[in-house]
Design a protein around this ligand. Sequence first.
Ligand SMILES: C[S@@+](CC[C@H](N)C(=O)[O-])C[C@H]1O[C@@H](n2cnc3c(N)ncnc32)[C@H](O)[C@@H]1O
Length: 318
Amino acid sequence: MSIVDERAFYHAPVMLQECLDALNIKADGTYSDCTLGGGGHSYAIANKLNSSGTLHAFDRDEEAVAYATKRLAGVAPKFIVHPVRFGELKNEIPANTLDGILYDLGISSHQVDDSERGFTFVGNNPLDLRMDRREGVSAQDWLCNVDADTLAAALRKNADMDRAFKLATRLVEMASEIKRENREILPSDMKSAVESVFPDKRREVNGLLARVFQAIRMEVNGELKEIEDSLRAAVDCLKVGGRLVVMSYHSVEDRCVKETAAEFERACICPENLPVCMCGGNHQRLRKVNRKPILPTNEEIANNSRARSAKLRVYERV
Ligand SMILES: C[S@@+](CC[C@H](N)C(=O)[O-])C[C@H]1O[C@@H](n2cnc3c(N)ncnc32)[C@H](O)[C@@H]1O
């Protein structure tokens, strides 16, 4: 496919109006969209800014960067693309300069739908699962070199999988058989491994496979560490009163967002066993804007099934 093919890149931005409201956009402000993707959220943010405003955008996927840069050409604000991991935020954006930061976590419809990218088990293209194919280790290579304990830990941590050790042992055996055959691991191989460990759950095999793919994808892209590093940097990059807006799509991602943000919601950072506060009690740097996460409407879910698991958390820098 052409790197900027219009139809092949379609990604419907999830909870678009809710994200714009949460960012509380000032027309001359400075914002960062840390997950540019197809540029849906960025385009809408840019349309709320005037020529004194600035929009920074991050993506580690070169196809997303090429497509969205073209889509946003000619917008009013200064548009600065950072084609790097959002874990690099602190090296790219000076402290106390942003009025709002958006994260729309995970992968885009384009990455899933383009079977050549090796993200999907629909079709039967070799697994890759990297957002940036120029760096890191593909899912193929990772599976061929990982031990069962490490893989089981990844299945539990990244996807709350049951029977994780049994499945990991089977996947490691499978990867070494395939390596001996000198061919690539295919989704059909993964499916056979999952079916052999969950013979009683044949009807749920696609759901199980989706969680296995999620766990391996999160590992090869270092996703949880990226989120933690970037959210910690985001707190420094925001001006007082600036908004941190984060949309996650599954419980492991959401837990990581909630726990990382919680580090900055406490005024007192003393160890719990200290009888009196010794830290001064003035360490709070984030406050929740909404007590509970914002969820998509039923109407949005009916129109875009990808929205069904989305949760939007909104914080303000204090
Ligand atoms: C859900 S999509 C974003 C879609 C976008 N909001 C839109 O409206 O088109 C997530 C994007 O974030 C990118 N991404 C995920 N993790 C990243 C990271 N750690 N650093 C940079 N980009 C990342 C992915 O490559 C993907 O393009």
